[in-house]
Structures are given as C-alpha cells and as structure tokens.
Design a protein around this ligand. Structure first.
Ligand code: PBG
Length: 330
C-alpha cells in the first residue's frame, strides 16, 4: 500500500483532535447485531445460580429463562446460545442424555420457540461433553476420542435439536467429517433450512476452564482434548479445517478462542469471505472481569477487546457481556 503525503503537510493527529472528528473517521463499531448471548441452564425451580469463576454470569432454571430471553430481545441481540449444566447422575460414558428429548436443552428450545417464535435465533452446541462422565466431546476408547462412532451420535443429537426448533446447530466437537454428515441427514429429514455454524477452528485451549466449571465438566474431564481440538501452534491447519467445513455445507464458521486468535479470524475472513463468528471464551471473560473488579484495568477494556474482533473481520461475537453492553458502553 502507498502512504501518501508527508509531514508537516500531513498530520495524522489533525483528525484526532476533536471528538466529532474522531467519530467521523471511525472504521469499526459495535451494534447489538454483532452479539450472541450464551445462556447456561440448570435443572430445578426458581434458581439463578452464580458460577464461581465467572463473575456476573449465572445458571438459570427453565422457569427463569424467559427473563433472560426477554432482555436479550429487548437489547436487540439476534441470537442466544444454550448450554446445559447436567447433573452427575445423568451422565454416562456414552453421553446418552444428549439424545433424551426431555433434556434441558430440548425443553429450553421448545419453551423459547413457543413463546418467542422467530423473534430471536437459537443456537445449540452439538457435542457430548456436557453429558459424558469423562467430560469428552465424543466416545472415549483407551484415552482416544473415536471419530466415526461419535459422528453417528452427533447426527442424532443434531436431528433432535432441529426437531425441537433449534435454528442454528453448532458442532463444537471437532470430529472429522461431521458437518457433511449432519447436513445430509438434516436435509433428508426435512430440515433443509436449519443452519450450521461450525466450530471449524477450535483450539485445545487453556482458556475454557471457567466454561467447564459452568457446565459441570471441569472436575470430571479426564486428560485433555488435544487429540481432537487444534494445536495452538498452527494456523495453516485452520484454513484446511475451514475449507473442509464449507465444502461439507457449513453456513458460518467459528474461530475459538477469540482475542489470542485474531490472526486466525483475519486469515479465515480474507481467504474465504464467509460469515465468521468469534467466541470470546470464558477464560477471556473471567480475566477481563476479574481485572476490572480488582481495579487493575477499567471497564473500557471490554469495548477495546470487542472492537478488536471487528477489526480482525468477525461478523459477530459470542460474548458473556452481550446483554450488558449498553451499560458498559455508557
Ligand atoms: C464444548 C464447548 C466448550 C466451549 C464451548 N463449547 C468447551 C470445551 O471444548 O472444552 C468453551 C466456551 C468457553 O470457554 O466459553 N464442546
């Protein structure tokens, strides 16, 4: 790129002098349309349960869900993402609770669809980790997560969630080939319009700790997820993952975690020109929130970090701040 002009005729500080002028040349901005709100669900009645490692984030029972969804709609958010905390007694090695049509997520989808129709989109993870006793996203055999066998279950989990009314299925499991197989079975079963947001680039990250706490898989997780989630040293591999998932029928792709992976967001956007979602994950959220609480930094770091996603090329951001941004922006 050519840089035109030179000092002293060129002074870049001229446009920075006044607030109106700074606003005039702004290149990126945040609107409610840029956000997806994750919601944690829990069994029981009339509970709003705090999560130790995630300040100001709660788990809600279904009878309190509509207050959260009301707020999300009022704030103009296009979509929410549902995540269940599953009681230990409902977990087993096969994660069969994932296929129970009375599980928390299924009940929540039905409830929201009945009450709100298409006022807001519903996104659901496709993966077994909230339901398995070992905390892995798929079936485990001698410490290895089986691919093709897991896909068979993920297809059924996808179909079930689509039947319940889920708008956007978000496979977060990182099995090979699952997008194509899920798309095929959705189409075959009359769900041609159900979207797929593939967690195409999901790293085996240390930033997921608080989330695992929130869904109750932290203590139970055996080992790590490195034999299916990506090595954080790699970026070429991210492009291969995205290419495959788009070919297999993904409508949108996700890069996860967020802030430490802005280079990947940009690479994906520049190479594929598809809708790219970024996940500001639980560890990022907790670090920022605790830093603010301890007065190490002020709360403008939230906006600064969210704008960074937009600068990198993200279309939208999954963020635990999504329903509180106007308070923070003020
Ligand atoms: C489950 C899943 C995870 C997250 C979203 N879906 C955790 C994991 O893979 O262990 C993490 C989200 C967050 O940290 O906020 N497959």
């Amino acid at each position: 790129m050519m840089i035109t002009g030179k000092f002293p005729s060129l002074r870049l500080r001229r446009s920075r002098k006044n607030d109106w002028s700074r606003r005039l040349v702004q290149e990126n901005n945040l609107t409610p349309n840029d956000f997806i709100l994750p919601i944690f669900l829990i069994d029981g009645k009339n509970k709003k349960q705090s999560i130790k490692t995630m300040p100001d984030v709660y788990r809600y029972t279904l009878d309190r869900l509509s207050s959260v969804v009301d707020k999300a709609i009022k704030k103009g958010l296009p979509m929410i993402a549902l995540f269940p905390y599953t009681e230990k007694k409902k977990k087993n090695t096969l994660g069969t609770e994932a296929l129970n049509e009375d599980n928390l997520v299924c009940k929540a989808i039905q409830l929201i669809k009945k009450r709100y129709k298409n006022e807001i989109g519903i996104m659901c993870d496709v993966a077994l980790d909230p339901y398995t006793s070992h905390g892995h996203d798929g079936l485990l055999k001698s410490g290895y997560v089986l691919n093709d066998e897991t896909n068979k279950i993920l297809i059924n989990q996808s179909l079930l969630q689509a039947q319940m009314g889920c708008d956007v299925l978000a496979p977060s499991d990182m099995m090979d080939g699952r997008i194509g197989e899920i798309r095929k079975s959705l189409d075959k079963n009359g769900f041609k319009m159900t979207q797929i947001l593939s967690y195409a680039v999901k790293y085996a990250s240390n930033f997921y700790g608080p989330f695992r706490d929130a869904v109750g898989s932290k203590k139970t997780l055996q080992g790590n997820k490195k034999n299916y989630q990506m090595d954080f040293r790699n970026s070429n591999e991210a492009l291969r993952e995205v290419a495959l998932d788009i070919k297999e029928g993904a409508d949108m792709v996700m890069v996860k975690p967020g802030l430490p992976y802005l280079d990947i967001i940009k690479l994906v956007k520049q190479n594929f020109k598809v809708p790219v979602m970024a996940y500001q994950v639980s560890g990022e959220y907790s670090l920022l929130s605790n830093g603010i609480k301890k007065k190490i930094v002020n709360n403008e770091v939230i906006i600064e970090s969210l704008i960074a996603f937009k600068r990198a090329g993200a279309n939208a951001i999954i963020s635990y701040y999504a329903d509180r941004l106007d308070q923070i922006l003020r």
